[in-house]
Design a protein around this ligand. Structure first.
Ligand code: ATP
Length: 247
């Protein structure tokens, strides 16, 4: 059985003469929690957009959930979930309306949506909040709901773009419990973060510098390789080499 769910070979994106993503080659396995790190402007969002079928590579190849990101972007989109920090949920819709809306977009049937909505609200201990407008929820709750909605259709892979921005470590820890549960069900997690405590929770971590992957291994091996006590120490050593600065 082939359990590689993301595979890139020399994946590259140029904007004019500027190379934002520079020949990325890596693989991610089924059920893996893969951390995608890099300083601001390293190229993470650009790479992730190509993997989600939202942006065409200039050259190289990317396979996601068995589909070519350049040639089969619609199939890629159907087989993944995506959570961005800013635009995931509709603030002016109620909790249950958001679930209903996104499940419908992913083509789920009404009966299945109704049944799974109950299960989800119970599991999140959200049943009391089903009629609450999303904008009234605390940020940490919104993030948990957004994540749950992004995997409601049981995609093979979910892409999380800084999913826990702005919340405290304890709330981030709770969020990661949901990530572990999803990974245990075989959903592959591809996550970008600026928080180094989260990098420690990943099975493997890649660190991008100026469009390239400069390091890729388990947190344990990276710390050993760089002689660092924690992932922050690893990250600082690599980020210091970056020539690009944030916009
Ligand atoms: P951040 O953590 O700040 O989101 P990032 O690692 O996600 O950073 P990208 O947003 O992928 O970085 O940007 C990588 C580089 O590509 C940046 O220098 C950015 O200015 C540039 N870039 C991104 N999109 C475009 C575009 N459409 N046209 C030109 N340059 C772009």
């Amino acid at each position: 059985m082939n359990d590689i769910v993301i595979q890139t070979e020399q994946l590259t994106k140029r904007f004019g003469t500027f190379t934002a993503v520079d020949h990325l080659s890596f693989e991610v396995r089924k059920g893996e929690i893969f951390g995608f790190l890099g300083a601001n402007g390293a190229g993470k969002t650009t790479a992730m957009r190509m993997l989600c079928g939202l942006s065409k590579p200039t050259s190289g190849k990317g396979m996601v959930a068995g589909f070519d990101v350049a040639l089969q972007s619609e199939q890629v989109k159907k087989n993944i979930g995506y959570m961005s920090q800013k635009f995931s949920l509709y603030e002016d819709l109620k909790v249950w309306e958001n679930i209903r809306l996104f499940a419908g977009i992913y083509g789920m049937k009404d009966k299945e949506i109704a049944y799974k909505t109950e299960l989800l609200l119970e599991r999140l201990e959200f049943s009391e909040e089903r009629n609450t407008l999303v904008r009234r929820l605390p940020l940490g709750w919104k993030q948990k709901l957004a994540f749950s909605v992004s995997i409601f259709h049981e995609p093979k892979i979910v892409f999380l773009d800084e999913p826990t921005g702005g919340v405290d470590p304890a709330t981030r820890r709770q969020f990661w419990e949901l990530i572990y549960q999803a990974a245990d069900r075989g959903i592959t997690i591809f996550v970008t973060t600026h928080y180094m405590d989260e990098a420690e929770y990943c099975n493997r971590v890649s660190i991008m510098v100026d469009g390239r992957i400069d390091a890729l291994d388990t947190p344990y091996n990276l710390k050993k390789q760089f002689g660092a006590d924690n992932m922050d120490g690893v990250f600082q050593q690599l980020a210091r080499k970056a020539i690009r600065k944030a916009d």
